[in-house]
Design a binder for this molecule. Sequence first.
Ligand SMILES: Cc1ncc(COP(=O)(O)O)c(C=O)c1O
Length: 380
Amino acid sequence: MPAIPNSRIRKLRTWVPGENSSELIGVDENQNQITLIDLASNDYLDLVRHPLLIEAARQTLETDGVGSGGSRFITGSRNIHQKLETKIAEWLDREIVLLYPSGFQANLAAVLALADRHTLVICDRLIHHSLLVGVKASGAKLIRFKHNSLSELERLLKKFRQSNPKKQLLVITESLFSMEGTTAPIKGISKLCIKYDSKLLIDEAHAFGVMGPEGRGESFGMKEPISIISGTLGKAFGSGGAFLATDKITGENLIQDSGAFRYTTALAPPLCASALAALNLIKSNPDWGRKLIDKSIAIRNMLSQIGWERPVGEGPIISIILGSDELAMDYQKKLEAQRLLTVAIRPPTVPEGKSRLRMVIRRNTPAEALERLIKVLKDK
Ligand SMILES: Cc1ncc(COP(=O)(O)O)c(C=O)c1O
């Protein structure tokens, strides 16, 4: 393994949940205990410690135990798996939903279902690592297009469709980009995929629960040419595990063929139960996503008023690109000294020279903490 420069060495820190869902307790560099406001986790709707999720998990723990004890085809399938799959499918208006133990695994499975060594995969330059691992495992040829650039995507689709009218093409994008906070032009991408006869895989890991109509994702209501949508239950849903949503034929192929679905222990039943409780909460609070987006837009506006370039996007992930690793780390420390937890994101997670401070606004992030954030960032 090549040597990792000092500015890139990561240290695992452990946290204890604080008194309320906005707080995390950890230790600082001098081993002193500190309580920080969490502006870093992906628990966008503050559901990780919601009483209804905890109660749902507790009840299922008593009836079904902790783990499922087997894969879905051996002894691991429980009613709660099928119930959750059916309810997510109804919510998203897709024919089949299949649960996976993690989004990483679901993404691998999704790419492997849609691509093989004869496929050309054209993906956004900034898609998640798990999708790239999937492409590598599939043996497909990979080409990347400039982040969110419809013109570059069209140029590539046109070029490869013209040179080989029969070629299998697959376009992959995220909807809400995890490290940028940008939203992909899904409608435009879909139109291009139809025009050039390409399949489309969309990772909505960060969008479900928040973005799109009533939090149903940016792809909600769109059918052709979307082959698979991938989502995780470990972010806005406050639980764990993940799912793929698709049509009947692709779903049946996944059930029969997807190693990542068949040869893995089924998602722990208490996690399914809390994900179902989260889904019910999201359905009965259809304005949660919109309100969070409004709150996030307000913070972006404030950042531009105090002299920062307005962070792109509109969702709850706000990235301030700082350039060097050192500067990003300095800002992380500066905010931590004011009891605010944000995380400096450095290469290889993001491209070289694009180290950044990634901030996450959540449903219950206290207004006072956001005022403090703006105060610290005002003082450049
Ligand atoms: C865009 C994206 N897709 C997939 C995943 C993987 O999801 P999971 O955490 O459920 O494995 C993540 C991150 O964690 C992600 O950011």
